[in-house]
Design a protein around this ligand. Structure first.
Ligand code: MN
Length: 421
């Protein structure tokens, strides 16, 4: 694959190349929202491009989809429409673009703005949210700590992608700060719970995919063509209160320990953009049931990291992982989710579960990194962390790179504020 040359300056190591072209929504001027993409440090207003006639010779009507506060209507136009937009953007922003001079001037004066001059907002109305538990390293680590080191992986785990239905209302965009939750916890050795702010607030490093095509009740998505139903990916920080979780989760799973705020990156990177970074997943043993079988490369090589920024602005990278470690791939997740006839909708979000790798530096949560607080991490400012302190800022980043081509997600950040009084 030859690297595309952009007419817009792209700084070295930028996630936002001409191969990427992620979709998001920005407040482009106060009170005015538009669908946007990004090249280098410039944000490109798709509504203005549409008005300039950039997409007019396609079979799709983009007139009423780029001026919304969310991308759902655009996503709902389908994969062919997304590909048309991607291809046109790669044509008109190429270094040697064959664009009429007047049009070129209009695009550059009206449709392009520095990233720092806009405010990114939640890119999608999340219709439903499911969280999987698809990293075998994470499931093993949690099983060892919460249950039985000898039987860390439960008997069902290698036969189906375990998941739970989460809550959509509290999924927010990067830059939204989250208050420490209050709740019930059971102190060590106690028989009755106490109430107060969580003392074990944690992040979970995850990726999430956005569904781009709905199904009817009773329909099943086949694993082999599940990707037809997937629009793209986001970074996903599934904030978790471990002390609340360990008391409440029996027998129905996580509840208030997980739904007080989850944070997504503002950019949705499409499956098309991630195409060059496909990779094999781990070998699945035992063999899975026929409805879960997939062929070919269904995992993606995406480097992931998490940093804790302290109030003096020191940045401490505490975890480096990779999305390719996932035991269950996205096709298997969607096939399993619909095997009973559960319908899915454009705008649904499916998170991977914490993405831990095999070595301790790649664990995707503080729970695992500090082994439930028994091995605290020392930060640059000399302070220790077992979990996340008030006023810590969490930053997640992710990018793929191959043959000099880079496609990334930018940053997913949130600051943890003290519990609301
Ligand atoms: Mn999670």
């Amino acid at each position: 694959m030859t690297k595309l040359q952009s007419g817009i300056e792209i700084p070295e190591n930028s996630d936002f190349t001409l191969e990427n072209l992620p979709f998001g929504v920005a407040e482009v001027i106060p009170g005015k929202f538009a669908a946007v993409t990004r090249i280098g440090n410039q944000v490109i207003d798709l509504e203005i491009l549409e008005k300039l006639g950039i997409f007019s010779d396609s079979a799709f009507d983009f007139n009423s989809v780029f001026n919304k506060q969310v991308l759902n209507d655009f996503i709902n136009l389908g994969k062919q429409a997304h590909k048309v937009v991607r291809k046109r953007l790669q044509e008109i922003f190429a270094r040697d673009a064959q664009v009429d001079k007047k049009l070129f001037a209009a695009i550059h004066s009206a449709a392009i703005k520095p990233f720092t001059e806009v405010r990114m907002v939640m890119p999608v109305h999340v219709t439903d949210y499911t969280d999987f538990y698809s990293s075998i390293e994470h499931a093993t680590n949690v099983g060892m700590m919460f249950r039985d080191p000898k039987n860390a992986i439960l008997p069902n785990w290698r036969h189906l992608p375990v998941g739970y239905h989460g809550r959509a209302s509290s999924i927010v965009v990067s830059g939204t700060n989250i208050h420490r939750p209050l709740g019930q916890t059971l102190p060590a050795g106690a028989e009755i719970p106490v109430f107060g702010p969580s003392k074990m607030l944690d992040f979970e490093l995850e990726m999430a995919f956005v569904v781009g095509k709905s199904t009817g009740l009773g329909d099943r998505v086949k694993a082999e063509n599940a990707e037809d139903y997937i629009f793209g990916f986001l970074l996903f920080n599934d904030l978790s209160a471990r002390d609340i979780q360990s008391w409440e989760y029996v027998p129905l799973g996580p509840f208030l320990s997980k739904n007080f705020g989850s944070v997504v990156s503002p950019w949705i990177v499409t499956l098309e953009a991630l195409e060059p970074f496909r990779t094999e997943g781990p070998v699945q043993d035992p063999e899975v049931l026929p409805y879960l079988k997939t062929e070919g490369k269904r995992n993606f090589d995406i480097n992931l990291e998490v940093a804790i920024k302290t109030s003096n602005n020191d940045e401490n990278v505490v975890c480096r992982s990779n999305f390719r470690h996932m035991y269950w791939n996205i096709c298997q997740q969607l096939a399993h989710h619909t095997i009973n006839g559960c319908n899915i909708n454009t705008g649904d979000l499916y998170a991977s579960g914490t993405i831990s790798g095999p070595d301790p530096g790649s664990y995707g949560s503080m729970l695992e990194l500090t082994w439930r607080g028994t091995k605290p991490i020392t930060l640059k400012d000399g302070t220790e962390r077992k979990f996340i302190n008030d006023l810590d800022t969490l930053s997640m980043r992710g990018f793929s790179e191959k043959d000099g081509i880079r496609v990334g997600f930018g940053e997913c950040i949130t600051q943890i504020l003290p519990a609301k009084p």
